[in-house]
Design a protein around this ligand. Sequence first.
Ligand code: CO
Length: 190
Amino acid sequence: MEVVHLGDPVLRQKAEPVTEFTDELRSFINEMFDTMIEAEGVGLAAPQVGKSSRFFVIIADDDVRRVFINPQIISTSAELVPFEEGCLSIPKVYEKIMRPEKVTVQAQDEFGKKFILEADGLLARIIQHENDHLDGILYIDKGDADFKKKVEEQFAKREERRKAKLAQKKAKQAKLQAKLAKKGGNPPNA
Ligand code: CO
């Protein structure tokens, strides 16, 4: 699976609820765990792999695999704490963000079974970060406005460079094809 980056519109969409708990969903979730582990992440939401659907996976510091489908944060502690956050969709960027220290979340597992979980520490932090992804909210929205602007511009430039490179590659290929056609040879097999 490929993790999409800041600038991809899917990250800003409000994701759709999950209505069917199928084998397909479960294998998608397994693939998300693999992708997250490979990327050394602690949480990954479906929109981050291009699927605008309300679920995310987490492996926090207790090493437990956790799946949250159609989650709802039903309460949070009044006390806010700072924590340096990062996001697999905004690589190599970190910022200290204030959030409630504790949350109570209600969600469904990969078989549709409802559960309620009270979390604090790192797990509470990841739950809130991932839950935001389902509403098109990124952690940079919650920090310093200038920092957000800077990061968004940086990623827009990166995307432009990527597109320019791709266009260049395509033009080169077209040129090669035209050259081969002129020669009357067979086009390359690929
Ligand atoms: Co994230």
